[in-house]
Design a protein around this ligand. Sequence first.
Ligand SMILES: C[S@@+](CC[C@H](N)C(=O)[O-])C[C@H]1O[C@@H](n2cnc3c(N)ncnc32)[C@H](O)[C@@H]1O
Length: 183
Amino acid sequence: MPAFDHFALIAPMYARVSYSKVAVMRAVAELPVHGRLLDVGGGTGRVATAIRDLVDDVVIADVSVGMLREAPLSTLQPVCGGSEALPFADESFERVIMVDALHHVIDHAHTAREMFRVLKTGGVLVIEEPDIRTFGVKLIALAEKLLLMRSHFLAPDEIAELFADREKTIRVEDSTAWVIIRK
Ligand SMILES: C[S@@+](CC[C@H](N)C(=O)[O-])C[C@H]1O[C@@H](n2cnc3c(N)ncnc32)[C@H](O)[C@@H]1O
């Protein structure tokens, strides 16, 4: 749990914001699929809810109890925990996704290693992030700094470098990037 949980404050509002990039996520994560999907930093389940029907089971892992409390517990399984040490066995999920959360984690490298570890061989890991090379996202980064949110944005190729020897592709549309890694 972070020293101060900014997300617990905005969680009720966040739960009402719908996820607009479902079509791209569906394509890059190769959904639908039979099996389990893990949404790391999944918050209120905003994204997980939008893709819930495309996979058998969905688990959301997040450090913020306040965010998880807003998630629909009848359809999603919430797990409280940090991305740097995911409480799952190796090769547990057919799909692992992380949306708009990588810049919030404490340790990018550990997070990348953990998400890859819990992904099954043959599975797909997708990291969706605001593209820090764009002006609008630079403004968001500045605002988050002023709010002392400890954000640290990586450019798409820097995210890809976290998976140095792995098979990966990058897709960019408008001010959003998807880094897609195969295991
Ligand atoms: C901007 S929100 C995005 C939530 C969700 N992915 C979405 O798009 O609606 C970022 C989320 O990352 C979570 N988070 C931050 N650091 C984390 C960490 N180290 N491990 C897991 N979750 C983390 C926050 O609690 C928050 O719920």
